[in-house]
Design a protein around this ligand. Structure first.
Ligand code: PEP
Ligand code: MN
Length: 353
């Protein structure tokens, strides 16, 4: 994927790049008051939803085009860059006409290839940073597919926003972080900037600070946080918004660790890890060879492949052996489940030959 920097003039390339503002633009006063307070606290990029995708009809669905003129006013009054969510070609045209600086694609939209294609087509020939939120479901290829559609329209200033994934059971999070998914995205497309949206992951104010810190510890480039001049009275997502003052407090407490800290000690420890991984791999290969031999024996003696009692014995024994070695029994059992599954697959190949 051919990418270029999303940084706009005057925005420092220092982690975290912060985007902040209300979930929704509600009134001109609310937008201006929040924007001024954020700008006074050094925030350079403002966010506000103009069109709101809501789970159920009848809720507040955004103020629409009228709100764009308030964002224009924010730019004029504070000098901040402004960003909003687009879900249709019309949203794109209206936002571009109003001089919006950064667009983002919402989680529900990313999950819909037709909608993403429509946005990508509307953006052909336009040079504007676009941030793509993860789809609501934990599907990395769908997320990358959305990026590719927009990139294929010639947009190179792309970034992503990790906002967590829906689940039927709500645990402490509104949307489960499943950090391994953005981490894998970063592994596949290393120069793609990643923002974390702690507001939509957490769903509650108290979780914003720890989630911001976690994102920084995982080397995310930026944060997009919902901030409202009067959070309790917000027309959408009231429980997860913080005042500009609280946001400033949270940001000031963040510990930003240095990205590259490859000291000699760390390099030596990593060499040891590499050696361990090599031995693990050799042992695994040896184990699979033996499993295949067992497969041949079972075939010659007309025996079934899956012998449940042996399988349970392995899982239980390895679990408790692991615990004796100071490993988590459940973790060890998970590994042996995967190993056993692969052994069975290999033996099936032999039997069906
Ligand atoms: C938002 O950022 O206001 C929003 C609607 O988020 P998401 O698409 O992540 O649900
Ligand atoms: Mn919101």
């Amino acid at each position: 994927m051919e990418l270029e920097s999303i940084l706009l003039p005057g925005v420092e390339a220092k982690r975290p790049i912060v985007i902040a503002g209300p979930c929704s633009a509600e009134t001109e006063e609310q937008v201006m008051s929040t924007a001024k307070q954020l700008s006074e606290r050094g925030i350079k990029i403002f966010r506000a939803g103009i069109w709101k995708p809501r789970t159920k009809p009848g809720g507040f669905e955004g103020v629409g085009v009228e709100g764009l003129s308030w964002l224009k006013e924010v730019k004029k009054e504070t000098g901040m860059y402004v960003s909003t969510e687009v879900a249709t070609a019309k949203h794109v045209y209206e936002s571009l006409k109003a001089g919006i600086d950064i667009l983002w694609v919402g989680a529900r939209t990313t999950a819909n290839p037709f909608a993403v294609q429509e946005i990508a087509d509307a953006l052909k020939g336009v040079d504007i940073p676009v941030l793509v939120k993860n789809p609501v479901n934990p599907d990395l290829d769908l997320w990358i597919g959305a990026l590719e559609r927009i990139n294929n329209s010639g947009l190179k200033r792309l970034g992503v926003i990790h906002r967590g994934f829906s689940s039927y059971d709500k645990k402490i999070y509104r949307n489960l972080p499943q950090w391994h998914i953005p981490i894998e995205l970063h592994r596949r497309i290393p120069n793609l900037p990643i923002f974390c949206d702690p507001s939509h992951i957490g769903g509650k104010r108290e979780l914003i600070a720890p989630l911001c810190q976690q994102a920084m510890d995982l080397n995310f480039d930026g944060l997009i946080v919902e901030s409202h001049c009067n959070p309790d009275c917000a027309w959408s997502d009231a429980s997860q918004q913080v005042t500009p003052d609280v946001l400033d407090y949270i940001l000031n407490l963040l510990v930003i660790r240095k990205e590259t800290q490859t000291t000699e000690n760390l390099a030596a420890l990593r060499r040891q890890i590499d050696e361990c991984d090599n031995s693990l791999m050799e042992e695994l290969a040896k184990r699979m060879r033996i499993a295949r031999e067992i497969g041949t024996y079972k075939k010659e003696h007309d025996m079934p492949i899956l012998q449940t009692s042996r399988y349970s014995e392995i899982l239980e024994k390895r679990g408790s052996q692991g615990a004796l070695c100071g490993l988590d029994a459940e973790f060890v059992m998970k590994i042996f489940e995967a190993i056993h599954e692969e052994s069975v697959r290999q033996q099936m190949e032999i039997i069906n030959k």
